[in-house]
Design a protein around this ligand. Sequence first.
Ligand code: PMP
Length: 390
Amino acid sequence: MAYSNHLAQTSPYSMGIEVERAEGCYIWDKNGKKYLDLISGIAVTNIGHRHPHVITAIKEQLDKFQHVIPYGEFSQDPQNQLADKLASLLPDSLDCSYFVNSGTEAVEASLKLAKRLTGRHEVVAMKKSYHGATHGSLSVTGNEVKKQMFRPMVPGTTFIDFNYISQLEQITEAHAAVIVEPIQGDAGVRIPTKAYLAALRSRCNEVGAQLIFDEIQTGMGRTGSLFAFEQFDVVPDILCLAKAFGGGMPIGAFISSQSNMELLTHDPVLGHITTFGGHPVCCAAALANLEVLTTEPWVNQIEHKSQIFKELLNSKSIVELRQFGFMMAVELESEENVNSVINDLLDRGIIGFYFLSCRNAFRLAPPLCISEDEIRWACAEIIAAIEKAG
Ligand code: PMP
């Protein structure tokens, strides 16, 4: 039995692997078959599955206390230490973190903070973006198919084309915020120019709109720096994290300056609240994850390792390889070819996956700790699968 009849599903086309265990870059199914995880649980297990430092931190925290009270009331070491560590790694204007449960909640809360800061309610978002599945995040997501059955959305969102400087004029004094993924993930890895993000930053400054960077997918080393914004020389007003932030545990964050965040403490008091946000076990895991990312050489190796992918993912059947570090979209002739490659890769013991808004490409988001030998083996298998598909 692959699934209980009592378990809700999200699609009729699930991959159906019955997971037994996972370790490092690999997942094993119940038949003992081993898979190289080239999607990292969709950009989550950047440091691999069950990293020993994270597992130890989780166990140690579990032996002290688990849940004690909703976020913000008691002083809890794991939250304090995680906030301090983040502040030491981020620019001074991003020195205050609020911990939440997921990516979509980080986005929701960042939009609320921007409204509270500016007294405005309209938002500019990007076409083809993905920011989450709850109402606020879905409202700023540029994927019509995902929204059409759930209208009305939150009012006041304008969508512009990503990476078009000429459209930045549409951002005005009416807007509380512009929300953007510095590299669009689910649109199939769309990379802006440095000039675009710089122009976006200065337009936001001009009109007083908050610039929100959704680094939920790009963060935690995936692009070759801890955060993608570092490579674009643009600092956002609010930064959203989740996915790989918790080293495999569910935790998100929205981060801004202390004076901005202070606004959530009055008018109204408890301006954003969450029962489980900043869960001590998740914070302990996230801190251990940051310790691993800042001590292992993996982030610095991304440029070199991604170059190996680039050289080896070379075939006449590949229409385009879009790549920024370990965010990769391999575009093929058709959706059918993508289906066939993903299925063939499973037979070969490799996990690749789809994009939400780009059906003729498949996703590779390997763990940062993957070895060069594993990359070489995987690329040979991927090319064989692509050429078989035609
Ligand atoms: N923003 C981005 C850029 C994402 O990739 C995702 C998840 N795919 C989200 C937000 C939503 O995160 P979550 O699924 O944790 O709500």
